[in-house]
Design a binder for this molecule. Sequence first.
Ligand SMILES: Nc1nc2c([nH]c(=O)n2[C@H]2C[C@H](O)[C@@H](COP(=O)(O)OP(=O)(O)OP(=O)(O)O)O2)c(=O)[nH]1
Length: 135
Amino acid sequence: MHTGAVGETAAELVVAAAAVVERGRLLVVSKHAAPDLFYLPGGKPEPGESLRAALERELREELGVAPSSATPLTEVRATAALEGVPMRLVVFRADLVGRPVPAAEIAALRWTGAAVSPELNLAPAVRNHVLPLVL
Ligand SMILES: Nc1nc2c([nH]c(=O)n2[C@H]2C[C@H](O)[C@@H](COP(=O)(O)OP(=O)(O)OP(=O)(O)O)O2)c(=O)[nH]1
């Protein structure tokens, strides 16, 4: 049996992501790989990396910020929006030090309220599971 550092089963993608809420709005980003699809900042842990360390690295690489706090919020099992394989999305509620600025593979950054704008294409895991929890 395959047992990875972060407890994934074979073929399940594990992704660490941040739910950042400021002034009643949730931070979402899109990546150059799919610039019209928005989801939580974050990404896959590298081999041996903890989920929290992966979260901090991705926030630094993608947005140039560090979390001032990050506490486990929820886990969502869904289909990964880009790879189309089973995914375990591990979501931390996070506050940030400083203003996030898109960098590296990030194409765009948006803040969404609970009433999602009709033209905002939000990944289903975020729209159906994370947004209702935090807003
Ligand atoms: N970060 C993030 N990924 C999500 C969310 N919802 C969702 O389906 N995904 C999917 C999109 C991708 O298929 C996968 C994350 O891959 P990624 O390409 O963003 O991660 P990464 O930065 O580690 O990627 P890589 O370039 O190192 O391969 O999870 C979400 O809310 N946040």
